[in-house]
Design a binder for this molecule. Structure first.
Ligand SMILES: Nc1ncnc2c1ncn2[C@@H]1O[C@H](COP(=O)(O)OP(=O)(O)O)[C@@H](O)[C@H]1O
Ligand SMILES: [Mg+2]
Length: 500
């Protein structure tokens, strides 16, 4: 009934989709699978009318159609629950769900009572714990995901696209959602489910389409396949399960950072790890498995519910990141615009900002010295700039990120925490940034890096802790650091899954 044929889409130099095809029959539930960045969301957005394809054909009932806007997508009775959620913060839950399609009364006026009871019954059916007049900002992420789903379903679509909606959901919420989806499919609605969680697709979908680097590489009947073959299609390699090493028998003396039983709400559960001086530790996993929250809680940006953090033998409990900075903890985020650069400041000011925030007395520091030190960083890091007094925003993404790295290296932190630091950074800048990290680690700096890019982890980390559903699924080191083992662990695979 719906067919996508050889869809192509590039964003500048990035090819998001190249020869992606997908078919969907009436009442069918198809899983759309693929590693991070394989193009799943782009494909969904093309159907939702929020991204325009460069080439390829979309047909509905064998007739070619164009979907140029979300209005056109809706007119084709397609509804989407987006991975990044499409809820408007200033609108209530009720308004968010009904926006664009309030039921009208006999005289064209909005029938408030009817609309509200419609939303109310949907929320109830999908087990969404919130009130009609709540605002998104006051609700937990699992509830927001459910509202996003309810919003899509409220359009009464023929085709429902769900992009990683289960990532933030708890187990019982997933169960309830799946039983509702089964009813929808029995009523003839076709569903495409994007998910990373392989274990759940066998429960819900009959077929899986697998994307690898923007290409649809396989279309498999889930009754006739197993998880190993799916991982193979996703990565091009057969999965391998790593032996989980018994407790790390390393001497305490060298440990710079010891975390014991750290928990944060539902997102991080009892995580313990130990990091030695000069190590580069990778924190891997599918997006949203708690690794980013874990990293942020170490330096006090996110409060933890429980757990002990010991830094160089001293118990620490940072209430704010400023205190962590004073103890020599640096933090770099890949989300430069929001978290790492001061976009209204110059390149020089951006480089010097970390040193400023160390809280020492800088009255004795001359402008000359600032200029000398920042120029040194610019030279060492080969940052391509016009003038250090130019705005930071005059630089390319890769060069901005080098400024952020330079800023921290200037204060030589004991521990540098990085959250997906090279996201959106070009390949050559990325390689340089890796070299800086390696050099700094050789000189004794300890690095904890969260990355959504497996190649990055495998290339740079001495050891990799793989997060799955808020806990550490396993730790890879030495010869266990292979893509096969990493991917299997990310999917939460255990020895049990591989024997089939
Ligand atoms: N708006 C955009 N601008 C630039 N690159 C993008 C944009 N959207 C997606 N990409 C890139 O396209 C590729 C596919 O992304 P996406 O469809 O989100 O993958 P997935 O959902 O499978 O993780 C990635 O390399 C991503 O960085
Ligand atoms: Mg996606």
């Amino acid at each position: 009934m719906l067919e996508l044929i050889n869809i192509k889409k590039s964003f500048g130099a990035v090819i998001a989709l190249n020869q992606a095809s997908l078919t969907l029959e009436k009442g069918e539930i198809v899983a759309l699978l693929g590693a991070n960045g394989s193009g799943k969301s782009t494909l969904v957005k093309i159907l939702g009318g929020t991204v325009k394809k460069d080439a390829g054909t979309i047909t509905v009932d064998q007739k070619p159609v164009e979907i140029r806007s979300s209005a056109e997508s809706r007119a084709r009775k397609i509804a989407v629950a987006y991975q990044e959620l499409s809820l408007i913060p200033r609108m209530t839950v009720y308004e968010n769900v009904m926006l664009g399609h309030f039921h009208k009364g006999r005289f064209g006026q909005v029938d408030e009572r009817k609309n509200r009871s419609f939303v109310c019954s949907l929320l109830e059916k999908y087990g969404v714990a919130c009130n009609l007049d709540d605002f998104p900002k006051d609700l937990p992420s699992s509830t927001l995901s459910l509202i996003e789903i309810v919003k899509a379903i409220s359009w009464d679509p023929d085709i429902l696209l769900l992009d990683e909606v289960t990532a933030a959901l708890h187990h019982n919420e997933v169960e309830n959602l799946f039983s509702n989806l089964r009813v929808l499919s029995e009523n003839g609605i076709s569903i495409v489910m994007v998910t990373h969680r392989l274990s759940e697709i066998f429960n819900i979908a009959s077929r899986a389409v697998i994307l690898r680097n923007g290409e649809s590489v396989a279309d498999v009947d889930l009754k006739k396949t197993d998880i190993n073959k799916i991982v193979y299609h996703m990565t091009g390699k057969m999965p391998e399960i790593a032996e989980n090493p018994s407790d790390e028998k390393r001497s305490m003396e060298d440990a710079v950072l010891v975390v014991e039983n750290l928990s944060i709400g539902e997102s991080v559960k009892n995580v313990s790890l130990r990091v030695n001086r000069g190590e580069i530790i990778g924190l891997g996993g599918l997006e949203g498995q708690g690794q980013s929250q874990f990293l942020r809680s170490i330096y006090g940006a996110i409060p933890r519910d429980s757990g002990l953090i010991t830094l160089a033998g001293k118990k620490v409990d940072y209430k704010s990141s400023a205190n962590a900075v004073k103890d020599g903890i640096g933090f770099i985020s890949g989300n430069r615009n929001r978290e790492s650069i001061f976009s209204l400041r110059t390149i020089g000011e951006n480089i010097f900002s970390a040193k400023m925030s160390m809280g020492r007395n800088f009255s004795g520091i001359s402008n000359r010295m600032i200029i000398r030190q920042t120029n040194q960083i610019v030279k060492d890091y080969e940052i391509k700039i016009g003038n250090i007094n130019d705005p930071i925003t005059s630089l390319s993404g890769g060069n901005q990120q080098k400024v952020v790295f330079g800023r921290w290296i200037l204060v030589s932190p004991e521990i540098l925490l990085l959250d997906d630091p090279t996201k959106g950074v070009d390949v050559s800048s990325r390689r340089e940034l890796h070299n800086f990290l390696r050099k700094a680690a050789d000189q004794g700096m300890t690095v904890l890096i969260v990355s959504s890019d497996n190649d990055e982890l495998l290339e740079i980390a001495n050891r990799i802790y793989v997060f799955y559903e808020g806990g550490i699924h396993c730790m890879l080191c030495g010869t266990d650091c292979t893509e096969e083992k990493l991917v299997s662990a990310m999917m939460g695979m255990t020895a049990k899954d591989s024997v089939k």
